[in-house]
Design a protein around this ligand. Structure first.
Ligand SMILES: Nc1ncnc2c1ncn2[C@@H]1O[C@H](COP(=O)(O)OP(=O)(O)OP(=O)(O)O)[C@@H](O)[C@H]1O
Ligand SMILES: [Mg+2]
Length: 355
């Protein structure tokens, strides 16, 4: 097969981004949750990497393990029910799974920060936004005089495009619009100059205008600071707008990953194909949007074979017998991977839907 090296490069160049070395590498991560019905492998051997300045998407239906992956990276898996049972989380080569809680406190909010779509989950209503941004700055940069601190807060507010930051600095959250509050949260998120920002989009989408503002804010933050972003969503339409590369998560496993362009052009796993086809197309009027039939099988009812087999219209006998291997080099590019038995036939691909 004619396999080209690093397919992400061309797309990155087109977007005018500066993509650097790998900052985060997750290798065969396993996070299990103990429940009354038994142990659930919420994250079941997940591997991916994120480069400096790139946006890496994690997409999939509810319950797929997106948030659990994010929480595990921050070592905030809900303990004691959940625990990391295997794998490595390498941040610039340091394995976070080996760090103590005390050491992790220096990573959280500092080297890796989280940003939420709903700003009220991150802002404290009884302090001014200047105060809250300043608090972060003081923690990360140490003590400084009032004048320097104020100048730094104003600089951060400018970075997230807040107009008249000298005035806004003394506003309380309730005195700001929704979009403005998000910008303040963005300023807090970058106050520590993190290497990575994790943005976990809630499944229940907020107001579309607020969502659009949030996406724009994330892009601006990345342009100005060169930070890497892990962007979590259930919506492939948003992946197309936001991400460079993407992993599709199904029942705790990555079933396909690669550049966004490769996955859109050549979705190779039937689940990816179905997810992409459930995105409304602006240029096409459809009476009914395609939706994937059935539900993921709960872990305790799962039988051997591919986890998606019972919902897959392409499943053959073999799919019910053993979990498929990972095929690389799909669409002729290294790093476009998918787990599907049907890919043994190199000419096979899912058929277009007639939505
Ligand atoms: N605190 C918890 N206690 C027990 N099980 C949990 C807990 N949090 C998550 N799980 C289980 O772990 C699995 C993965 O959940 P996770 O929240 O990561 O999904 P998700 O992909 O983020 O879904 P959503 O799109 O709804 O946010 C699910 O089976 C879920 O029921
Ligand atoms: Mg979630």
């Amino acid at each position: 097969m004619d396999v080209k090296q690093d397919p992400a490069v061309q797309q990155e160049q087109e977007q005018g981004k500066r993509i650097g070395k790998i900052v985060l590498e997750v290798k065969d991560l396993k996070t299990y949750v103990r429940t009354k019905r038994g142990v659930i492998p919420a994250v079941d051997g997940v591997s991916f990497y994120v480069k400096q300045g790139e946006t890496f998407g994690i997409v999939g239906e509810s319950g797929g393990g997106k948030s659990m992956t994010a929480k595990s990276i921050l070592r905030m898996e809900p303990k004691p029910a959940a625990s990391i049972e295997g794998g490595e989380i390498l941040l610039d080569g340091v394995d976070l799974t080996k760090l103590s809680e005390k050491q992790m406190r220096k990573i959280r909010g500092r080297e890796i920060s989280m940003i939420f779509q709903d700003p009220m989950t991150s802002l404290n209503p009884v302090f001014t936004v200047g105060n809250q941004i300043g608090e972060g700055l003081r923690i990360y940069e140490g003590k400084m005089d009032k004048k320097t601190l104020k100048a730094k807060i104003i600089e951060l507010l400018k970075k997230v495009n807040v107009a008249a930051p000298e005035k806004r600095i003394s506003d309380y959250p309730h005195e700001m619009s929704g979009g403005m509050k998000q910008r303040a949260v963005g300023a807090i998120a970058i106050s520590s100059s993190p290497k990575i920002i994790i943005a976990d989009e809630p499944t229940t989408s907020l107001d579309l205008t607020i969502q659009a503002q949030y996406l724009r804010l994330l892009r601006e933050i990345q342009e100005k600071s060169g930070v890497s972003i892990i962007f979590i969503t259930h919506d492939f339409g948003i992946v197309a707008k936001m991400c460079d590369r993407v992993a599709v998560l199904y029942s705790g496993r990555i079933v396909e990953q690669g550049t966004v362009r490769a996955l859109f052009k050549n979705p190779s796993h039937p689940y990816t194909h179905a997810l992409i086809n459930s995105v409304p197309k602006v240029e096409k009027r459809v009476d009914r949007l395609y939706s994937i039939p059935g539900q993921p099988t709960p872990a305790w009812e799962r039988k051997k074979g591919c986890y998606f087999a019972n919902r897959c219209e392409y499943a053959v006998d073999r799919c019910f017998e053993a979990y498929p291997p990972t095929f690389d080099g799909l669409s002729g590019t290294e790093g476009h991977l998918a787990d599907c038995w049907r890919l043994e036939d190199k000419t096979w691909k899912p058929k277009p839907y007639l939505a």
